[in-house]
Design a protein. Structure first.
Length: 109
């Protein structure tokens, strides 16, 4: 796949669309650019997990996990579901999974 290139003949509409896409991509990358958030997303690739399950899997305090989940929720990367007193999280779409697969190939294999 060829990446788009800025060219002198690009219309203002095309430039604006490219800038909007760059902003969206930068915001996405900022949201996942924390090791705690990456670990949470990696665990959610396997399916929905409760906050308590994530705390145990990550050996992290509830406050730390909740703070990172809040940021991921704000950025639209995870979706919460309440069942009584328990809150479960899942990936909002396939974007995090695709990026994590690439990150895994580059850094973890």
């Amino acid at each position: 796949m060829a990446l788009p290139q800025l060219t002198p003949d690009m219309s203002e509409t095309e430039l604006d669309a490219m800038a909007d896409n760059a902003t969206a991509a930068a915001n996405f990358l900022k949201a996942i650019s924390h090791e705690g958030r990456l670990m949470i997303l990696c665990n959610l690739v396997g399916g929905e997990k409760s906050v308590t399950e994530l705390e145990e899997l990550l050996s992290a305090r509830q406050a730390a996990v909740s703070q990172q989940l809040s940021r991921l929720r704000l950025e639209g990367l995870v979706i919460p579901r309440r069942d009584g007193k328990t809150i479960y999280y899942r990936l909002a779409d396939d974007r995090p999974r695709k990026v994590l697969e690439l990150v895994y190939d580059l850094f973890c294999k």
